[in-house]
Design a protein around this ligand. Sequence first.
Ligand SMILES: NC(=O)c1ccc[n+]([C@@H]2O[C@H](COP(=O)([O-])OP(=O)(O)OC[C@H]3O[C@@H](n4cnc5c(N)ncnc54)[C@H](O)[C@@H]3O)[C@@H](O)[C@H]2O)c1
Ligand SMILES: [Zn+2]
Length: 364
Amino acid sequence: MRQVPVNTRDGSYRVLIGRGLLTQAGRLLRELLPGPTAIVVSDTTVARTHGGRLIEALKAAGYGVRLLEVPPGEPSKSLAQADWLYAALADAQADRATPLLALGGGVVSDLAGFVSATWMRGMPFAILPTTTEADLDASLGGKTAVNHSAGKNLIGAFHQPRLVIIDVDCLATLPDRDYAAGLAESVKHAMIADRGFFEWQIANHRHIGQRDPQTLEALIERNCSIKAEVVAGDEREAGPRMVLNLGHTVGHAFEAEMEYELRHGECVALGILAASLIAAHRGTFPSTGHERLVVLLQAYGLPTRLPRPVTVEAVLARLAHDKKVRGGRRNFVLPTAIGEVQIVGDVQDAEIAHAAESLQPIGG
Ligand SMILES: NC(=O)c1ccc[n+]([C@@H]2O[C@H](COP(=O)([O-])OP(=O)(O)OC[C@H]3O[C@@H](n4cnc5c(N)ncnc54)[C@H](O)[C@@H]3O)[C@@H](O)[C@H]2O)c1
Ligand SMILES: [Zn+2]
């Protein structure tokens, strides 16, 4: 079992990574989260495939268990779904000491995290991620949220988990498309912080694609370490943490414009490419770096173009709206080299338009 410590002002916790950890989860959680009853939030797909093993382990460790299932997919990250969970918590007489466990992908951990942050002003929370997206990114850092019609993740709270337990065996059942999508966050982390890790991913892409458990453990550990390092000391995103938004500015605009028909990670891949194109066009990122980026994204089976045309004006309108909602700032994270980024405040609409044009489908 590998361990990554995460230190924040709001508390320190560990990320545990290994095979078969779901079956040990009761024992691992028991030390940190006492209580007669544990609430498990999952989606119906994950509950069916992995819920049984977790519930058995929790019961063996002496917990009573209440399983709350939401429909799979991004629409579950809503206030309506949070409201349904609050009612279920009231019904279960959950209080400030009741542990709430998220079993699933980023949708489940963001939603359950938000509910655990707000129910009675905060209940203890742990995450058992089951997607690459959640293993490599969403489980770590304490950001929780639901979406609003005005934009993604607009209603949220910072709430650190007490423990993250990553059972790499869960990834065996993840559909190929979701599996590949989450790897975009690994490309992001390497682009931000570690050229050697970027090249390691290119060299190991076959093992990663085959979901070799040992390679996955190493991949997840390095991603968690990079994110933990960036998040430490800046868990409220006042400064350095902003670099984690690489690919997410234009990525979120694509995500909304495609009406969530693309996966979050697929949009992040396209967003990183947009940032890379903008930087290359400015002459602040070598074109060889851009080519290397395309190599890794393609090796992972991630899109390097939009699947259908998206109007550039619509993307710019989304970004303008986003800027307004977020207090008039539009900071862009741009690569300067593989493994290095800078934050730039003066990216013009014309530069974004040019990048978005270059990502249109061929002949589209
Ligand atoms: N809080 C953060 O810091 C943070 C970081 C990154 C992403 N996110 C959020 O995460 C969300 C995306 O997460 P996601 O990609 O994990 O999506 P998801 O939770 O919707 O999971 C994707 C799909 O895979 C299914 N699934 C999950 N695990 C499975 C398994 N082991 N076997 C079979 N099927 C499985 C789910 O039912 C779902 O249909 C977005 O809303 C994004 O905003 C948050
Ligand atoms: Zn992301």
